[in-house]
Design a protein around this ligand. Structure first.
Ligand code: DAH
Length: 410
């Protein structure tokens, strides 16, 4: 069975993870409760609240014109939410993060807090109204002159005269964010780049040879059926996995070789909460002299801990892939229950996350590498599945629908 494609299991979890916590929830907890014990983690938290502040301010500005009373009210609401003396988010951060910070972290938290407090001034009512070009605020500051059309009836008159009302605010588009699949892909890339791997890519419309034959899956082999391939014609397919890039990279660069290939894969699967016709994989390949299964285990254990956290345990079990011998399946201790057993891990405490193994000598040969001299290991994982586990998402379709309400949470 394919570890990364066909068997993408959905995590279910009702309790909120730290990733999903709202800003209010985060600011009502101490840094200790949030598990932020290093300057780096603190930096991340402040970056997160600054980004939220900036986003809310931009949204306010982008909403722009409209009824003046409504605008003043929502400016005041936004100001109160962040700057209210007692219950504003800035005060909560002061109370819960700064004042309750352990002594050794105080200087770092203090510095970050001061910077943040400066930035938070951009949501005081006057700055907000000034930003949308509200006449009163400008007049109050005494530095802006509004020639005409400060009321709705003036505006009608100006346009009736055929004039251009320069006081009307423009339309700002709100900034998007990086797609969660891309974020996870980049995170995986970062970890392997740090280990000396480089990034390779290959065509998504791929030959049958690279997709199957070169990977030791001849036409007659039953394993071909496992990949629910979308054929363009008898010679060409939409690649059902990223593994063809292994062969292309070996042909291109020879050995030694340490590559990572993130990219799209396609399968003739019926869409449901764990299957999509298009999804993303990351393929890894290491070829060198004296590569052993222990190197594979060590590397993937390091990777799993970097990605999911230090507490994660890994377990390798035997499996079958035509392009690796021996083949394995990597399972990690369940990120939701910590290994105790829950719905996500079907009470087993373990969740399978990727296929891997020592590269089959035949595959090295197809890549033009002498299997007597070199050996290698490889793995392939499903990116959506990793993102689902990381962010506690239970439907793969959400990634591909482009719904802003989903995407803006990342
Ligand atoms: N290509 C496999 C799939 O799509 C995943 C995989 C398994 C890739 C083992 C590998 C590997 O490189 O060694 O299901």
């Amino acid at each position: 069975m394919s570890g990364s494609g066909a068997d993408r299991r959905i995590p279910h979890k009702d309790t909120q993870t730290r990733f999903r916590m709202s800003i209010e929830e985060k600011t009502s907890q101490t840094l200790k409760d949030l598990g932020a014990g290093t300057a780096e983690a603190i930096g991340e938290l402040f970056a997160e609240v600054s980004a939220a502040l900036e986003k809310e301010r931009e949204e306010f500005v982008a909403r722009g014109a409209g009824d003046e009373r409504e605008r003043s009210q929502s400016a005041k609401d936004l100001r109160d939410r962040w700057l209210a003396r007692k219950s504003g988010l800035v005060s909560l951060i002061d109370e819960n993060w700064l004042k309750k910070a352990p002594k050794e972290l105080k200087p770092a938290v203090g510095r970050a807090f001061n910077q943040f407090r400066q930035r938070a001034k951009s949501v005081d009512t006057e700055s907000l109204l000034c930003d949308v070009g509200q006449p009163e605020a400008g007049a109050k500051q005494g530095n802006l002159q509004f020639a005409s059309a400060s009321t709705e009836s003036d505006r009608v008159e100006v346009s009736a005269r055929g004039g251009l009302d320069l006081t009307l605010p423009g339309h700002r588009r709100s900034l998007g964010s990086i797609h969660p699949v891309t974020q996870v892909m980049r995170e995986i890339e970062e970890i392997f780049l740090g280990l000396g791997f480089s990034i390779e890519s290959g065509p998504e419309i791929e030959s049958v040879y690279y997709s199957f034959d070169a990977l030791n899956i001849p036409e007659s082999h039953p394993a071909r059926d496992e990949w629910d391939t979308i054929y363009v014609n008898s010679e060409t397919v939409l690649r059902p996995h990223t593994s063809p890039v292994q062969i292309r990279a070996m042909e291109k660069h020879g050995a030694p070789l340490y590559i990572l290939c993130p990219g799209k894969a396609y399968r003739h699967d019926n869409p449901d909460s764990t299957h999509a016709t298009m999804f993303h994989q990351v393929e890894g390949l290491a070829v060198d002299t004296d590569i052993s299964f222990a190197d594979l285990k060590g590397t993937l254990d390091y990777f799993a801990k970097k990605f999911f956290g230090d507490k994660i345990k890994t377990n390798f079990s035997p499996s079958f892939f035509p392009f690796t011998e021996p083949s394995g399946e990597l399972a990690i201790s369940c990120v939701f229950c910590g290994g105790a057993g829950c719905r996500v891990c079907k009470e087993s405490g373990w969740v399978e996350v990727m296929g891997c193994g020592k590269v089959h000598p035949e595959v090295l040969r197809h890549g033009g590498i002498d299997p007597e001299r070199y050996s290698g290991w490889a793995f392939g994982l499903g990116v959506e599945r990793f993102a689902m586990m990381k962010y506690d998402i239970n439907d793969i379709q959400l990634f591909h629908q482009g719904d802003v309400r989903f995407l803006e949470q990342f």
